[in-house]
Design a protein around this ligand. Structure first.
Ligand code: PA5
Length: 350
């Protein structure tokens, strides 16, 4: 089997995406350290806004989800070139762009600057780093040289540290350590050296071959993780995928399942977490029996770990591996995102 042949994985994965997924644990610790000496914004805050697109924006979605139960102020991610009218002097704005050159993010940064917001830039360089230094805004500089989506811990962890520093996030050094250690352990269990027969990431990739993945978070806890799985299938495996969240999907998606026999083969992956709650568990069971009958398969995967951070990252790592293995099965390099590059180039000329 190709997935048990390390030379074959290396032949397809020329950009080394699999080894970056294996490094998620160390990256969590490094990303946390990257903001250790950052000057935290002072003064009362009424809101936190994260500006970022694609692989740099998903960190904002995760931040909002991780802070939902502790933050006394709203945490919103803006994936656009403009900001909501409420952004002002009492708003903390994280401007996240891995490259530092994303048009929409730079425009949102300018809008935040003009609104007088407290700004922290998170980037590997580019125009964003340069502009932030000129304006005297703090910059978290993250390592260059990989795809934005592979740098997720470098984008998320500094924001968690800064929000913890101003009393908005409830996250401890112990949570960070747990996540880093757990991910290092899981990298062994799900990495390329673990054979297909004992490796659920490889097994799920095989099950998803020739089907469209439909990723459902069993509760809003893991909503951005479901979105992350979907975007990893898009960018790493080069396929379309769908995502939604319980309980919302029991109010719309389930009706779409009535006629799925007319469309492409669909494979449901349900992301489960210990905090899904009894009612959502019943909804997953009901939808699986009543709605997903037309699916080619339904696979439930369970988060592992203690803290929310560790549990979310455990599912992120699983999805990242699955999307890479599916890319290998399809013979496509997980790293390249030619269509994103072509559209950016075309926009630059306009
Ligand atoms: O995954 C990707 O490559 C994209 O989604 C990018 O993250 C997105 O285009 C924004 O670019 P950047 O992350 O450099 O701001």
């Amino acid at each position: 089997m190709v997935l048990d042949d390390s030379r074959e994985i290396a032949r397809v994965d020329t950009g080394g995406m699999v080894s970056l997924v294996q490094r998620l644990g160390p990256m969590v610790a490094e990303g946390w350290e990257a903001a250790a000496t950052l000057r935290a914004p002072s003064g009362p805050l009424a809101a936190v806004v994260v500006c970022g697109m694609g692989g740099s924006g998903i960190g904002g979605d995760l931040l909002g989800s991780l802070l939902a139960e502790s933050s006394p102020v709203p945490v919103l991610t803006v994936k656009a070139d403009r900001l909501p009218a409420f952004v002002g002097r009492d708003t903390l704005v994280f401007v996240c762009s891995y490259s530092g050159n994303t048009e929409e993010t730079l425009a949102a940064y300018d809008a935040a600057h003009h609104a007088g917001a407290s700004i922290v830039a998170v980037t590997s360089g580019g125009t964003l780093a340069q502009r932030a230094r000129e304006r005297g805004d703090p910059v978290v500089t993250i390592p260059p040289g990989c795809q934005p989506r592979a740098a997720l811990p470098y984008l998320l962890m500094p924001m968690l540290r800064v929000t913890a520093g101003v009393g908005i996030a409830r996250i401890s050094e112990a949570d960070v350590k747990e996540a880093a250690t757990l991910l290092t352990d899981l990298a062994g269990q799900w990495g390329p050296a673990a054979r297909l027969a004992d490796n659920p990431a490889k097994g799920l990739a095989v099950a998803l071959r020739d089907a469209m993945p439909v990723i459902y978070a069993a509760s809003p806890n893991m909503e951005p993780v479901a979105q992350r799985w979907k975007t990893q299938f898009n960018e790493s495996s080069k396929i379309l995928a769908l995502w939604n969240t319980f309980p919302e999907l029991t109010h719309n998606d389930v009706v779409g399942w009535e006629r799925v026999a007319d469309g492409p083969a669909l494979h449901v992956v349900v992301l489960r977490d210990q905090d899904d709650g009894a009612r959502n568990s019943l909804r997953v069971e009901a939808a699986s029996h009543l709605a997903f009958r037309g699916a080619r398969g339904v696979t439930e995967v369970q988060s592992v770990g203690t803290s929310r951070l560790a549990r979310a990252f455990s599912l992120i790592m699983l999805g990242d591996f699955v999307s890479c293995y599916l890319a290998v099965l399809r013979g496509v390099d997980p790293t390249t995102v030619a269509m994103i590059d072509r559209i950016k180039e075309r926009l630059q000329l306009s």
